[in-house]
Design a protein around this ligand. Structure first.
Ligand SMILES: Cc1cc2nc3c(=O)[nH]c(=O)nc-3n(C[C@H](O)[C@H](O)[C@H](O)COP(=O)(O)OP(=O)(O)OC[C@H]3O[C@@H](n4cnc5c(N)ncnc54)[C@H](O)[C@@H]3O)c2cc1C
Length: 401
């Protein structure tokens, strides 16, 4: 058995032992507040067992292991429906970025340890009504204020802002220069006076995204995580990490095995659907595609393990995986006939086809929309010419709104 397989076996056994306390059955019927409380305990248990911050440096409280161990653990963990998603953004992007760019290392270490143990949650305040795919179009501004800054404006689609203690934020500090050059990256205290969080209800029924308003929110210059005007580079570093957090070949929907089970249990023209050639073709197609994505991910992880930076293939993964999840979920609903319309607000998107289908469009937008990813693939992988960019080089305050 290789070292990695031994690691997998040990992690799988530990995860199995957590199922009675934190698995799907233990969470069934819990209110969101109780589920979050359970999630915090699960995160602490992970930390105590050495499975939190697996590939993070030991000086910040991580385990100092490789990306392959991290992916191995995540793959095993995904099988059980533990409540780890509350920390997905927090531990996925803001905390790794804080470790890289936070100046006060003692303060950073304290935050990292609290986040790793589920005590504190961070959110990512990037998107705005005028700055989503085109992040550099954002309008929330920070102006000098005494020794620090004053923030005014609005963010939108901020996942878990309502539970967050802190957030990382990109704001405009100079409207007189071209749009990418006038941005600065800060961290903010989400409980500071002037911060208002308002939930947005998604079509699937949950409200994990929010609008966040900043009214004269005062922050010190020690909250700054980039040079003044150099925020776009740190934002891009954050988004590059994000692409590799999104590495589930099932597109965060149900596993293909569940579709095979459904096809065995459902009748099509008087026979089990699994015997139908078109259904078998879909299973084969999805299996081949998911295996391909897993290979791309494994190669990217091996490159990272070897100290290299993987290319833009992370874009390919999310684009293909979420689109195919949506199509497969649609087919699964069709197969169930009128039973496919049954909808349970609390059903897991990873196990329930209707929930997976109705929530799939958000997956095709969040973390980079399909069209943006297609542009990245066209320009960065296929070497096609850049999109038309009429605002290139134009000072931000001269771009027509
Ligand atoms: C569930 C969910 C969670 C999210 N969580 C967060 C979060 O925690 N933090 C955060 O900061 N943001 C978050 N977002 C926001 C997300 O990053 C943005 O929604 C996304 O970047 C798209 O931006 P937009 O919504 O402004 O759409 P727009 O950029 O306005 O795009 C509208 C449409 O135009 C297309 N389009 C835009 N530009 C181009 C182009 N150049 N070429 C071709 N087509 C184009 C888009 O693909 C899309 O179809 C979340 C979104 C969702 C749905």
């Amino acid at each position: 058995m290789s070292d990695l397989e031994a690691y997998r076996a040990k992690a799988a056994a530990w995860l199995e032992s957590m199922v009675p306390t934190y698995g799907k059955a233990a969470r069934k019927g819990l209110s969101e507040a109780d589920d979050l409380a359970l999630a915090r305990k699960y995160q602490k248990a992970k930390f105590d067992a050495g499975y939190a911050g697996i590939n993070w440096p030991t000086e910040f409280g991580g385990q100092g292991k490789g990306h392959l161990e991290k992916v191995t653990f995540d793959t095993e963990e995904m099988k059980h429906g533990f409540p780890s998603f509350y920390f997905g953004i927090s531990l996925g992007m803001p905390i790794p970025v804080l470790m890289q760019f936070g100046e006060d290392k003692a303060w950073v270490k304290e935050r990292v340890l609290k986040a790793l143990q589920g005590e504190e949650i961070w959110c990512q305040l990037f998107s705005e009504p005028a700055g989503g795919s085109d992040l550099a179009g954002l309008r929330t501004k920070a102006e000098p204020d005494g020794n620090g800054w004053k923030i005014n404006g609005q963010k939108v689609w901020t996942s878990w802002a309502h539970y967050s203690d802190y957030g990382v934020i990109v704001v405009r500090t100079d409207p007189n220069v071209p749009k990418h050059k006038g941005l600065t990256y800060f961290w903010v205290d989400m409980k500071a006076p002037g911060v208002t969080v308002r939930p947005i209800k998604l079509v699937g029924g949950d409200s994990h995204v929010n609008e966040v308003f900043f009214d004269d929110v005062k922050i010190g210059d020690d909250h700054r995580m980039s040079p003044v005007g150099g925020g776009f580079a740190v934002a891009i570093a954050t988004l590059m990490i994000e692409r590799y957090v999104a590495t589930d070949s099932a597109g965060f929907g149900p596993h293909l095995d569940l579709f095979v089970e459904l096809a065995k249990d459902t009748e099509l023209n008087g026979k089990p659907a699994i015997e139908d050639g078109r259904i078998r073709q879909q299973i084969a197609r999805n299996y081949a595609m998911r295996s391909g994505l897993q290979s791309i991910t494994a190669r990217a992880m091996a490159m990272m393990q070897a100290g290299m930076t993987p290319g833009p293939e992370g874009s390919l993964n999310k684009l293909v995986a979420v689109r195919s999840r949506q199509k497969l979920s649609e087919l699964a609903i069709d197969l169930q006939g009128s039973d496919g319309f049954t909808y349970d607000d609390h059903a897991s998107q990873k196990e329930d086809w209707t929930s997976s289908w109705i929530n799939a469009p958000t997956g095709r937008i969040a973390g980079g929309s399909d069209e943006t990813l297609l542009n990245t693939i066209a320009e960065k992988i296929l070497g096609l010419p850049q999109d038309h960019r009429p605002d290139k080089g134009v000072p931000f305050n001269q771009i027509p709104a």
